[in-house]
Design a protein around this ligand. Structure first.
Ligand code: HEC
Length: 166
């Protein structure tokens, strides 16, 4: 009987722990917080930026773009709801025996849809992190506006440039 009671209590405790666990990865992101689980989101695209690219100094390497579930919906509909987030992950390239391999991380750029509080930048929170330092967002207010201005280019939909390949 004691064992049965202990089992019941432990099941109740497990249920309570599950109820308070954070949202599943990919479900939501919050402006002002680096989305640490982005590597488990949906991969949207990758690109290799070589030495002939005019902005190679700052953009050179291999980048991957990731979207959380809300942003995947936005990529389909062109409208991004609050909590939608995209990450631009830029890595150095390491050449070895004819292979181009992922090297150290150069930086991570983040966009999270934040709603009215972010009206000056199209409703998005823009942030930039150097290398693997995910504690310090590097951007000033002016730099955030610069991100936003570039993200208004013609093929952007709701300031998002990347698209899923057909
Ligand atoms: C010179 C123009 C330019 C500037 C400035 C710029 N971006 Fe981008 N950004 C792009 C382009 C182009 C892409 C798409 C890359 C691709 O197609 O692989 C992109 C992609 C992204 C993505 C992936 C989602 C998307 O829209 O495709 C994020 C997140 C992002 N940028 C964040 C930022 C942040 C944060 C800043 C400011 C620090 C910034 N960007 C500044 C041009 C720019």
């Amino acid at each position: 009987m004691t064992t049965f009671r202990a089992l019941c209590l432990s099941l109740i405790a497990t249920g309570a722990a599950l109820a308070t666990e954070p949202a599943l990865p990919g479900k939501n992101a919050v402006p002002g917080q680096f989305p640490r689980d982005y590597r488990s989101w949906t991969h949207v695209k990758s690109a290799l930026v070589g030495p002939d690219f005019p902005a190679f100094d700052t953009q050179g390497g291999l980048h991957h773009v990731y979207a959380n579930d809300k942003a995947v919906e936005g990529l389909k509909t062109g409208q991004f709801l609050e909590g939608a987030a995209l990450v631009f992950d830029l890595l150095e390239i390491r050449e070895k025996n004819g292979l181009s391999l992922e090297g150290p991380r150069r930086r991570v750029d983040v966009m999270v849809k934040g709603g009215k509080g972010y009206a000056a930048t199209g409703g998005w929170w823009f942030a930039r992190y150097k290398g693997d330092d995910w504690e310090h967002d590097l951007l000033s207010a002016e730099q955030r506006s610069a991100c936003f201005h570039c993200h208004q280019q013609p093929r952007a939909r709701d300031y998002v440039i990347s698209e899923f390949r057909k």
